[in-house]
Design a protein around this ligand. Structure first.
Ligand code: IMP
Length: 430
């Protein structure tokens, strides 16, 4: 029986991790968000009410689970507090009895967001398509050893020293890129007020995680974005700026590798991507447009239309390798209802060779041609199905065929946006 479960996206994000985390948090005593920032948008539907979470872990909707925002998350204090207020108004308790935030987390400051937007504009046709939330520049400051940590928002002298050390250089770059310089006092005073509000939540969260693990309680590690957006293992440079992969969860949260751990890889029944970069199975024709409309494939953080395409088995095998997935969750199966046949990429032809497992450099290979098979589709809607037996035979076969081709058990199949529209074939905690 695992007592740690890591939920990781195994495509380019937006796989439906929020729903899975919300569901599995029912049996968790702790939910830890381990990377990313306000670039993420986890949509959860509870009793018909849609909640989009950006920085607060999706486990917050479960009153019995404690939540942690770990030290490798880049925290935008202003939008985090707005999100916490919004949750409060929706009747979800967000207080220090339910949420702890790492004192070590790097702060996203106004100049990070400006730099993000200006740099994207400067990249022109080569732009990454970032969310504009300042994520890249904030992580640069972490690894460049120049960032501001959350604890420093509660200490005027330390904050002022940091800002004074950084601002001249940041302002020079902002001006170089055609932007406006920022004034030190306009940064420091508002940041201190935000720090004051966050102070009760701040602690050494690694200690909290370690205590839950050593007590044998169930700890759920929640990733944001997806494997193919990982800064090292993804389709670099068209990636986000953090390590998203499951094995990073422990190092980034400040604990050792738990002895009993599972990794649940979350994938849609097809593929989507937002932003630029290679996408071998993208369908820019009618089929892709059909998926976008039927699946409501528009970004929950930016509203941008998502690029849509076919399930990519070589890419999933690669994601399995880097994450060590022990099981899969197959999301948005209901979207495929109504197709006479479902297109699936079973292999890649690269440089005249047939490839079963992708490697990161192959995604942009100009000779790459996906091998597409057409599997039988089904007409009946799946909305709300809670058992495999109630699915049309072709839908059952679709699940079984992916499972046997990849050799990884599919433990959860999602048949609609609500919590209840789920087939739990096996409880990943069991
Ligand atoms: P950034 O993380 O805002 O720097 O954006 C870098 C790339 O990651 C862009 O292609 C974004 O569209 C993508 N990205 C960032 N966060 C998410 C997410 O939560 N879901 C899907 N794509 C994301």
């Amino acid at each position: 029986m695992p007592n740690s479960l890591t939920i990781v996206g195994i495509q380019w994000g937006d796989e439906g991790k929020g729903k899975v985390t919300d569901l599995l948090a029912r049996d968790a005593s702790l939910v830890v968000r381990y990377q990313g920032g306000a670039n993420a948008g986890h949509t959860v539907v509870v009793e018909g009410r849609k909640v989009v979470l950006h920085q607060v872990p999706s486990g917050i909707l479960n009153p019995s689970a404690f939540c942690v925002i770990g030290p490798a998350v880049v925290v935008d204090p202003e939008t985090l507090l707005a999100e916490m207020d919004e949750l409060g108004h929706a009747g979800v308790a967000v207080n220090p009895d339910h949420l702890a935030i790492s004192r070590q987390a790097t702060v996203v400051l106004p100049y990070h967001k400006r730099l993000d937007t200006l740099r994207e504009a400067a990249r022109g046709a080569g732009r990454i398509g970032t969310t504009g939330r300042g994520i890249g520049p904030a992580y640069e400051d972490l690894f460049g050893r120049t960032g501001v940590r959350l604890a420093e928002l509660c200490d005027e002298d330390r904050l002022a020293a940091r800002i004074d050390a950084q601002l001249p250089e940041r302002n020079a770059v902002l001006k170089f890129l055609g932007g406006e310089a920022l004034d030190r006092d306009s940064l420091i005073q508002p940041a201190l007020l935000l720090g004051e509000r966050l102070r009760p939540f701040l602690c050494d969260t690694g200690n909290v995680v370690a205590k839950h693990l050593s007590a044998g309680h169930n700890v759920l590690f929640e990733s944001a974005q997806g494997t193919l957006l990982d800064v090292l293992h993804g389709t670099w440079p068209f990636v986000t700026s953090s390590l998203t992969v499951a094995p990073a969860a422990f190092a980034l949260s400040g604990v050792g590798i738990p002895l009993r751990g599972g990794v649940l890889g979350v994938t849609k029944a097809y593929t989507t991507r937002v932003g630029s970069g290679p996408f071998p199975t993208e369908d820019t024709g009618e089929y892709g447009e059909w998926l976008r409309q039927k699946g409501g494939e528009f970004g929950s953080t930016t509203g941008r239309p998502r690029r849509c395409g076919h399930l990519d088995l070589p890419a999933l095998r690669y994601a399995h390798r880097v994450n060590g997935t022990s099981a899969l969750a197959l999301m948005k199966m209901d979207v495929l209802s109504g197709l006479s046949s479902v297109k699936v990429c079973t292999a890649w032809r690269v440089g005249g060779r047939t490839i079963d497992v992708a490697t990161p450099d192959m995604f942009a290979d100009p000779t790459l041609v996906p091998v597409i098979e057409e599997w039988p589709g089904w007409a009946a809607p799946l909305d709300g199905a809670t058992s495999m037996e109630s699915l049309p035979r072709e839908a059952q076969e679709y699940v079984q065929r992916i499972e046997s081709t990849l050799g990884i058990p599919i433990e959860l199949v999602s048949t609609g946006s609500g919590r209840e529209s789920t087939i739990l074939r096996r409880n990943p905690w069991a």
